[in-house]
Write a protein that binds this ligand. Structure first.
Ligand SMILES: Cc1cc2nc3c(=O)[nH]c(=O)nc-3n(C[C@H](O)[C@H](O)[C@H](O)COP(=O)(O)OP(=O)(O)OC[C@H]3O[C@@H](n4cnc5c(N)ncnc54)[C@H](O)[C@@H]3O)c2cc1C
Length: 462
């Protein structure tokens, strides 16, 4: 243990201790993952969550092998006996055909995906963080970051606690914002969404359906707007194993094609177009349609500045190829935790800052090329004929589809893989050299400037 560990005071008295080594805002997959890793490293972690578990989160509930890997890393028991419904792969529909693609056999990822309702999943992860020693405090809504006026650094958060919404100030030398797409903490510091990066919208609903026990996650490449036009996005049917299926669609926003679109109506129209025997009809719906934005391709940067780290949806880390966000929320949380553990073992000042700069650098090393490629893909989706052509020519060719699955789900071995892995790796290596498909404005001035301006560029994720 370092001297700094000994210096740290553990103030865990009563329930109203308001200081910690690290504050984590939000107990979604990002927050609970960060908290678990930090608590295991011996830090006093305080997680502030506005909701009370169990709670819903609008989601497709689908976990690819990438997300399963993160769960395994965290020490979560992912066997079916522990309540997880495994799946074998992805079934892709398009151009009047369908193909079942098994998850690839890789060194880096397990060969199965899973589903679990978020109501259950998020509580399980929060309990996991508690078991590791983190203090997870529910019904505490963070209003914004607390800033030291002299140094301009984030030194905690202002929050409202309990049913009375009592104002409380919490202090810590570092704050990790895991508060999802709303990104309240980042916004309070003037870190806005970048509008040169993609933003999606997704809606979903549960239906009682024979699809419930399907071994494959299902995706439908051709979504129509009801008037025969193609939309830039895809539909999904994920069997939940409990008699219901999670059915939804994700669409890239900010395209002329969907301006002013009514996504709920689109979901209904699409469901009506699916085979009657799947049962995805109004009378079998078990809830109302819910929807939320998908912040993609690092659309909020910088992910570290002045004592504040952005993780998961708060940092815009949804994969723009496929709308997957849980795996990336958990992966970025693990990287943030690693940087924070190293930082807090150093004295305050330049050395500690160097350790913290390791977070955006790690995120960039792991994901930036892939996300840049994804952002180009999202841009290309504005031409739906491209998707149609890919479906028509790709679906009959299993090897092409197996390659596309690896690309779209970000599943390949970076070293010692097969020919398709090597091809993907070459593609990723070449990507940073390619011109940006979307005009980039990395140092766009913020509408709500914080006390210090970020040095975007080095230290920015993508
Ligand atoms: C319709 C839909 C379908 C999707 N389907 C999938 C899918 O199948 N697979 C997949 O991997 N991803 C999917 N995603 C994306 C996925 O839901 C997100 O990427 C993921 O939840 C991000 O995790 P997070 O922990 O960053 O944020 P969140 O899961 O949003 O968690 C944020 C937490 O912070 C809390 N919080 C927010 N504000 C405050 C505050 N001010 N103070 C305190 N607490 C606060 C919230 O209550 C919440 O618990 C889907 C998204 C949508 C909208």
């Amino acid at each position: 243990m370092s001297a700094h560990h000994h210096e740290r005071t553990r103030r865990r008295v009563g329930g109203d201790d308001c200081a910690a080594d690290v504050i984590v805002v939000g107990a979604g997959p990002a927050g609970s993952t960060a908290a678990t890793h930090l608590a295991r490293a011996g830090l006093d972690v305080l997680v502030l969550e506005k909701a009370e578990f169990p709670r819903e989160k609008v989601c497709g509930d689908g976990l690819t092998p990438r997300a399963v890997k993160q769960l395994i890393d965290l020490g979560v028991d992912t066997r079916p006996e522990a309540g997880w419904l495994h799946n074998r792969g992805l079934r892709v529909y398009g151009a009047g055909m369908s193909v079942d693609l098994d998850w690839p056999d890789l060194t880096s990822f397990p060969p199965y995906g899973m589903v679990r309702p978020r109501r259950d999943f998020d509580q399980l992860l929060a309990d996991h963080a508690r078991a590791a020693g983190a203090r997870v405090q529910e019904r505490t809504s963070v209003a914004g970051a607390l800033t030291d006026e002299r140094t301009g650094r984030v030194v905690g958060v202002e929050a409202r606690r309990g049913p009375e919404r009592e104002p409380v100030t919490y202090r810590a030398p570092l704050v990790i914002a895991c508060d999802g797409v709303g990104a309240r903490t980042a916004l309070s510091r003037g870190i806005d969404r970048r509008d040169d990066r993609p933003l999606g919208v997704a809606v979903r609903r549960y239906y009682t359906s024979p699809k419930s026990t399907d071994d494959y996650l299902e995706t439908h490449l051709e979504l129509t707007d009801g008037r025969g036009g193609l939309l830039p996005g895809y539909g999904w049917v994920f069997g939940m194993g409990d008699g219901t299926a999670n059915v939804g669609l994700g669409i890239l926003d900010r395209t002329n094609a969907v301006a002013g679109a009514n996504y709920r109506a689109t979901l209904r129209t699409w469901c009506d177009s699916l085979p009657e025997e799947w049962g995805l009809r109004e009378e079998n719906a078990v809830n109302e349609i819910g929807g939320a934005a998908l912040p993609m391709g690092f659309n909020r940067t910088p992910v570290y500045r002045d004592g504040l780290l952005l993780v998961g949806d708060a940092g815009g880390m949804v994969n723009s190829f496929n709308g997957e966000g849980i795996a990336y929320a958990m992966q970025s949380a693990a990287l943030a935790a690693e940087a924070v553990v190293q930082a807090l073992a150093r004295p305050e000042g330049p050395s500690r800052e160097r350790a913290l700069a390791g977070y955006p650098e790690a995120v960039r090393a792991e994901l930036a090329s892939y996300y840049r490629l994804g952002n180009r893909f999202a841009h290309a989706l504005r031409h739906p004929w491209l998707v149609q052509a890919t479906a028509r020519h790709g679906l009959p060719r299993r090897r092409v589809m197996a390659f596309l699955l690896k690309l779209l789900a970000n599943l390949h071995d970076r070293r010692d893989g097969d020919a398709s892995d090597r091809l993907l790796e070459v593609l990723l290596r070449l990507t940073p050299a390619l011109p940006e498909a979307v005009p980039s404005a990395p140092s766009r001035p913020s509408r709500r400037p914080g006390p210090t301006r970020p040095a975007v560029g080095k230290g920015t994720a993508a």
